[in-house]
Design a binder for this molecule. Structure first.
Ligand code: BG6
Length: 486
């Protein structure tokens, strides 16, 4: 059982927005209900709308409570006692002065400022915070992704923010790093001797990372038009997972020890050029189809999306890591919206035996696989060949399964809850450092440029399918297949 946090003020910019309602308040509620928040921990929701505290609590009751597990009346009321609402327009200095006034007298508390707004507001908010005296050493700033839309815009934001905050006050969030199963991957790799000797080019044939979503753009069409799957999922979530899979063992779990190793992976990724973009990447856009048995419209018919949009809702790509451990091992990454089902997993396929003693059916090829499922369930499955009972010597694939929920039977801690607790406690290991984020932008930029110049646009795929057929061809070229095709 963890100790409660120190006393804190949590300032949520974008306080009436979707992220606060669907993720941040529920995460804070989870921590509150588990007794992990200091009794003096206070939450200030900040937004442009002129709402009273009661209005805001009514809104939170309508939009956030349904996402809070176990929010009975008594618990919800106790949680609401921590919450206040203030009208703050990100461009109005006077509002920040009033905010500072409201917070005064709270010396010694940790101050967390969470920017759950459009990135265009990050800089004015930081400047106003500084002018109001709210950017002192006890302030920690949480920056939501995507930070900018390319390296130059990310640099501009980082430069402006760094004028007021030191790097160790900046918490660049990627909620995938807060997922239990990602932490477990670290435990699996570096808390055991079993896999580490095999975790290299001599024994690993390929690595596949899939983040498939069943949902479409879910009312965020306008945001998605500006962003696309490469910026929304690949530049951050997929690359962070790849780093955790591929990094060298850090000397300690110190933030910089871990982040140094992740940075080395990002720097060793093979850079794309026009030829490899054409050969090794596939982008797609969903068309009308069916999701969960219900007819759904195509991306271009979503609200806020242009009728001739060329924004990608799907990306599959092949890359490699140019270092001693991974040279020559293909890494396949893919993500998409409106795919057949919600499925996030990492598949490590080990090389086949060097000399075949047994006749194995084709389905038995690459039988040694480690499948780390991140979503919807959190599990680890190790596949290998075993003899089919009875006469003869037929082999078939079998697996050892570890379902974390079944095994531990404890409350599931949401990624945002873990990360918010880390911010309040001042733990930076699960947040991205500026140089990591810059390296990730540097790697995706040639892709962005090539796609912007390519008149062909994304390939259509039917909602409810597994994406464009070209993605199967991409991997089949190497004699491999995606997990659902095995
Ligand atoms: C967010 C993206 O970062 O991650 C969304 O902006 C995406 O588009 C979401 O749906 C997926 O997160 P999760 O935790 O539901 O897999």
């Amino acid at each position: 059982m963890m100790n409660p946090t120190p006393a804190f003020d949590m300032l949520l910019f974008g306080g009436t927005g979707d992220l606060v309602m669907r993720k941040l308040l529920p995460a804070l509620f989870g921590a509150h209900a588990a007794g992990l928040l200091h009794p003096l921990g206070r939450i200030y929701a900040l937004g442009r709308q002129p709402l009273s505290r009661d209005d805001y609590l009514a809104l939170a009751s309508r939009d956030a409570r349904a996402h809070c597990d176990g929010a009975d009346d008594a618990r919800w009321a106790a949680f609401c006692a921590r919450i206040d609402y203030l009208q703050v327009d990100a461009t109005r200095a006077a509002d920040f002065a009033a905010l500072a006034e409201r917070l005064s007298g709270d010396d010694g508390r940790v101050r967390v400022v969470y920017l759950a707004t459009a990135p265009g507001l990050f800089v004015p908010i930081c400047e106003h915070l500084a002018a109001a005296g709210l950017a002192d050493a006890r302030t920690r700033l949480v920056l939501e992704k995507p930070l900018g839309h390319d390296l130059a815009s990310a640099d501009a934001i980082n430069d402006a923010v760094s004028r007021h905050f030191a790097e160790d006050q900046l918490y660049r969030i990627d909620h995938y790093l807060g997922k239990e199963s990602v932490q477990n991957l670290l435990a699996l790799r570096f808390g055991n001797t079993l896999f580490e000797p095999l975790w290299r080019r001599e024994w690993v044939e390929s690595v596949q990372i899939t983040l498939a979503e069943e949902i479409g753009v879910a009312g965020r069409g306008e945001f998605y038009e500006r962003t696309g799957a490469l910026r929304d999922m690949v530049q951050n979530h997929l690359l962070q997972l790849l780093c955790i899979v591929a990094m060298e063992p850090p000397a300690s779990l110190d933030a910089d020890a871990v982040r140094d190793e992740k940075l080395k992976v990002l720097k060793a990724l093979a850079p794309f050029d026009a030829a490899s973009v054409a050969r090794d990447t596939v982008r797609g856009q969903y068309q009308a189809g069916a999701s969960g048995g219900v007819a759904v419209e195509g991306y271009r018919a979503e609200e806020g999306v242009a009728a001739d949009s060329r924004t990608e809702t799907y990306v599959a790509l092949k890359t490699s890591i140019g270092n001693w451990r991974w040279a020559g091992v293909p890494f396949y990454l893919r993500t998409g919206k409106r795919l057949a089902r919600r499925q996030a997993e990492i598949v490590i396929t080990f090389r086949d035996v060097p000399h075949k003693l047994f006749d194995v059916p084709p389905m038995c090829r690459n039988a040694n696989r480690l499948v780390i499922e991140l979503q919807p369930e959190e599990s680890i499955r190790l596949w290998f060949r075993a003899k089919t009972p009875g006469d003869g010597m037929d082999l078939q694939p079998v697996s050892l399964n570890l379902d974390f929920h079944e095994t531990f039977r404890v409350r599931r801690v949401d990624a945002y809850e873990r990360l918010l607790l880390d911010v309040i406690r001042g733990r930076l290991a699960l947040f991205m450092r500026r140089d990591e984020q810059a390296a990730a932008w540097r790697w995706v930029e040639p892709l962005l440029a090539a796609w912007a110049a390519d008149t062909a646009g994304p390939r259509p795929y039917m909602a409810g399918s597994w994406g464009p057929a070209a993605a199967s061809t991409l991997i089949a070229r190497d004699g491999l297949s995606w997990p659902e095709e095995c």
